[in-house]
Design a protein around this ligand. Structure first.
Ligand code: CMC
Length: 374
């Protein structure tokens, strides 16, 4: 065993997975062997969730059955419904989701089982409920008791936009948001997925693992970065982007939405999100945040050689779609739920406790003294 840890476990292979793979040098991402460039814009989020959780891209019949299962699994349980109003009034979005998913675990009919069939059912229910939890949370905190009724003809993406913005999205808006969900669905051993797997590997249940994942996604170095990107864009005047970015870098501040542990070139998800941001800037007739983002990208690359990651252009895309800034990271969780749950299924199917070692750097040979002599 190595006696020195790699700080942040960089380059450590911590699990085997058949779910996703990254080629960091070439900037490529695959879900179960499918290139993300082939999936994005051509495969729906529902199909992608099926691919991750159930092992294959669905046929039409399999997709219809899975969509029915998602539909049946949407209903929020008693504990969740009872506590939602108070949680919405006291907790910020990601804190609220952490609480609500924990309560959903107690409401789940399979709560006492981690058997493969129970895990598949729970994965579908968690995927179906997460967008509704966010929409219901948003409805309560904005003084409405319920979000608009979902439209059965819309996808998860379309219904989420409807329920959060109160407006039926255009077909193109729903398609673009659906692609966002596809792009965020899974990403190898990212911090939140690792947290979920560590929890699952103790043979704890799926909801507990997802609560660990949500708490981990919340941080600004991970999923929380997309909200921080928007706040940065809003805090800079459009004519002062280059100077503002340089000042931050000179002050050794990190620019949110840039850099990545694994990609040494452009994050392939950013390529799609940049294009979507440009399209929405044009269709909304306001390209301010897209233009600012492009300029930030140029200055950060010129100054630090860093590329934008998935969170950078996601911020302006969500903004153009009318999603409130503090729901950006919850949106990430709606998508990543498909990947997290698939990882829990995979971990439980071939489990061994995840228990690494540590390098001890503290004092040794200390002499104990009674409390009054210290
Ligand atoms: N802005 C400025 N400098 C940066 C940035 C950044 N965004 N990212 C990395 N660096 C610098 C960092 O200061 C360090 O420089 P030095 O060696 O001179 O001290 C060097 O690059 C290595 O950075 P690191 O933080 O040690 O790299 P890491 O592999 O541990 O971290 C990261 C990866 C994504 C946490 C980091 O790039 C970062 O903090 N980025 C900003 C937050 C962010 O966008 N997070 C989203 C990550 S991708 C999707 C997701 O997980 O949600």
């Amino acid at each position: 065993m190595a006696d020195k840890p790699t700080k942040g476990l960089a380059d450590v292979v911590a699990a085997s997975t058949a779910l996703s793979d990254i080629d960091g040098k070439a900037g490529r991402l695959f879900y179960r062997g499918y290139d993300i460039h082939d999936l994005a814009g051509r495969t729906t989020f529902e199909e992608t969730a099926h691919l991750l959780q159930r092992g294959k891209l669905p046929t039409r019949a399999e997709l219809a059955a899975y969509v029915d299962e998602l539909h049946d699994g949407r209903a929020l349980g008693v504990l969740v419904s009872h506590n939602l109003p108070e949680i919405a009034s006291k907790q910020k979005p990601m804190e609220a989701l952490r609480s609500l998913v924990s309560l959903a675990g107690a409401d789940d009919p399979d709560k006492d089982s981690i058997a493969p069939d129970a895990n598949l059912r729970k994965a579908a229910r968690l995927t179906a409920q997460q967008p509704l939890l966010v929409a219901q949370y948003h409805a309560f905190r904005t003084g409405k008791d319920v979000p608009p009724e979902p439209d059965p003809s819309l996808s998860i993406a379309g219904n989420f936009l409807l329920q959060v913005t109160g407006r039926v999205p255009s077909q193109r808006e729903a398609e673009l948001f659906d692609t966002c969900l596809v792009l965020h669905a899974d990403h190898t051993m990212n911090a939140s997925t690792f947290a979920a797997r560590v929890c699952a590997a103790t043979l704890s249940d799926m909801h507990s693992a997802i609560v660990a994942a949500i708490g981990t996604l919340k941080g600004p170095l991970h999923g929380g970065a997309n909200e921080q990107v928007m706040k940065t864009l809003e805090s800079i005047s459009p004519g002062n982007v280059a100077q503002a970015v340089r000042e931050k870098l000179d002050a050794h501040e990190k620019i949110m939405g840039f850099g990545h542990r694994v990609y040494k070139t452009e994050d392939p998800r950013a390529t799609h999100l940049r294009r979507m941001s440009a399209e929405l800037a044009e269709s909304t007739g306001d390209d301010t945040y897209y233009r600012m983002s492009k300029e930030m990208e140029e200055v950060v690359f010129e100054s630090k050689g860093l590329y934008p990651n998935v969170d950078f252009y996601a911020a302006s895309v969500y903004h153009y779609l009318g999603i409130p800034t503090d729901l950006f990271t919850p949106v990430f969780s709606i998508s990543r739920m498909s990947g997290w749950t698939a990882h829990v299924i995979e971990q439980h199917a071939d489990n061994r406790l995840i228990r690494p070692d540590s390098e001890y750097i503290g004092e040794r040979d200390q002499k104990w003294k009674p409390i009054d002599e210290r």
